[in-house]
Design a protein around this ligand. Structure first.
Ligand code: NAD
Length: 309
C-alpha cells in the first residue's frame, strides 16, 4: 500500500507514471501539473490500462493531495534545449522549483520522501534539502542512476553481456563532470580490465564514456527529449524505497564527509530502503577518480553559490 504523488506530467513524468502502472509500484498515484488538462488527460489514459494491469487508483490532483504521500516525485520544469547544458537550465528551473516546494511542504507528511529528477538535478536536490527542512535521507535526486544505467548498457554491449550483469557506477554530478569508475567495474566478480574476453581497450573506454555523457544531447538532437531511461531509473528508485530493497543505487543526496566531500548533493552509491538513503558507500577509487569526484563537487558548489544556497 503506497501513495506516489507526481509533480510534472511532461515527457519524463508521464513515462514514469506508466512505469508505475507496469511495475504496480503503488496503489494510489496522483498526477499534478500546472497544465491541468495534461495531468487529467494522462490520468484518464493511464486508467484505461487498468483492465490489463494490477488495479491502482490514478487521479489528476492538486497539492493538497500530497497529504498521505509516501513519495513525491518532482519532474516538473523545462526540458533541456538543444545545445543547452544542464547547468544553463539552473536559473529557469530553480524559480519554478521553489514555488512547487513551498506548496508540497504545506501538505506533505514529515515522513514523505522527495525524489527529484528535474534538472539540474543535483542543484535542485540541494535546494530541496535546504528549503524543506527534511532529513537528508529523505531528499533524494535521481543522481547518476540513469548515467550508470547508460554506462552499464554500453559496457554490456561491448562485452556482449546483459547490462544487468555489469556492476559499475558513474558518480558525481549528473552532467559533464561526472566520473566513470572503471577501477571497480565488474562482471560476475571479474574485474573488467583492458585485455582478454572481459577486457575493454582504452580507446573503447573513451568511446563508452563519451557516449554515456553525450547520451542526453544525442537523444535530444534526435527526438527532442529523453524520458524512457529516466522513467525506468525513477521507478527503480521508488521500488527500492517502497519495497525496502536495501539496494545500492547512485542517487544524489546531501553529502557530509564522503571522501572528504561535504555540503553538496552528488550521485554516489547509496543504500536505499524504506527510510530513503540509509548510508552512502565509499567504494574504492583510484587517486585519479577521487580527484575527478572532488572536481565534480567543486563544479557544483560554484553554481550553488551563484544561486545563494
Ligand atoms: P516537459 O516539458 O515535457 O515536461 C515538464 C512538465 O512540467 C510540463 O508538463 C509542465 O507543464 C510542467 N510544469 C512546468 N512548471 C510547472 C509547475 N510550476 N508546476 C507543475 N508542473 C509544472 O519536460 P520533460 O522532458 O518531462 O523534462 C522534465 C525535467 O526532467 C526537466 O528538468 C529535464 O531536464 C529533466 N530530466 C532529468 C533527467 C535526469 O536524469 N535527472 C533526465 C531527463 C530529463
Amino acid at each position: 500500500m503506497a501513495k506516489i504523488v507526481l509533480i510534472g506530467t511532461g515527457a519524463v513524468g508521464a513515462s514514469f507514471a506508466y512505469a508505475c502502472v507496469l511495475k504496480s509500484l503503488c496503489n494510489e498515484l496522483v498526477l499534478i501539473d500546472v497544465n491541468q488538462q495534461k495531468a487529467l488527460g494522462d490520468a484518464i489514459d493511464l486508467n484505461h490500462a487498468m483492465a490489463c494491469e494490477k488495479p491502482m487508483q490514478i487521479t489528476a490532483g492538486a497539492y493538497s493531495d500530497c497529504a498521505g504521500a509516501d513519495i513525491i516525485v518532482i519532474t516538473a520544469g523545462t526540458a533541456q534545449r538543444p545545445g543547452e547544458t544542464r547547468l544553463d537550465l539552473m536559473h529557469r528551473n530553480v524559480a519554478i522549483f521553489k514555488a512547487i516546494l513551498a506548496e508540497v511542504e504545506r501538505y506533505a507528511p514529515p515522513e514523505a520522501i522527495l525524489l527529484i529528477a528535474s534538472n539540474p538535478v543535483d542543484i535542485l536536490t540541494h535546494v530541496a534539502y535546504k528549503l524543506s527542512g527534511r532529513p537528508k535521507a529523505q531528499v533524494i535526486g535521481s543522481g547518476t542512476v540513469l548515467d550508470s544505467n547508460r554506462f552499464r548498457f554500453l559496457v554490456g554491449e561491448a562485452l556482449d553481456v546483459s547490462p544487468r550483469s555489469v556492476h559499475g557506477f558513474v558518480i558525481g554530478e549528473h552532467g559533464d563532470s561526472e566520473v566513470p569508475v572503471w577501477s571497480s567495474l565488474q562482471l560476475a566478480g571479474i574485474q573488467v580490465g583492458s585485455e582478454g574476453r572481459y577486457g575493454i581497450s582504452d580507446a573503447e573506454k573513451e568511446r563508452i564514456f563519451r557516449e554515456t555523457v553525450g547520451a542526453a544531447g544525442e537523444i535530444i538532437r534526435l527526438k527532442g527529449a529523453t524520458y524512457y531511461g529516466i522513467a525506468s531509473a525513477l521507478a527503480r528508485i521508488c521500488e527500492a524505497i517502497l519495497r525496502d530493497h536495501r539496494a545500492v543505487l547512485p542517487v544524489s543526496s546531501f553529502l557530509e564527509g564522503y571522501y572528504g566531500i561535504s555540503d553538496v548533493c552528488l550521485g554516489v552509491p547509496s543504500l536505499l530502503g524504506r527510510d530513503g538513503v540509509i548510508e552512502t558507500l565509499e567504494i574504492p577509487l583510484t587517486e585519479e577518480e577521487r580527484a575527478k569526484l572532488v572536481h565534480s563537487a567543486e563544479t557544483l558548489k560554484t553554481f550553488i553559490k551563484e544561486i545563494g544556497y
